[in-house]
Design a protein. Sequence first.
Length: 90
Amino acid sequence: MSAVSKAVYKPLSLATSVLGGVLAGVVFKQVWKRIGDNDTSTPDPKDLSRTVQEVLIAAAIHGAVFGVVKAAVDRAGAKGYRALAHEDPS
């Protein structure tokens, strides 16, 4: 990857990562609303009125959703860059 390509890809990658994080948050809130007894607020680990099980399950689901969305967004960004620049971003 040339220096010019890296200079173009870095801001694109950063922007898609930020959008992916926002998308992951939205997806997680929808998932939690469906499985968390229609509770729209996610459990805060410092909220002692929530059970440990509830907090840890929410954290595990949040991590899984974030990881899947990040991988999907990064993959789509890399494929889009390859389609435009005709070279791999790696």
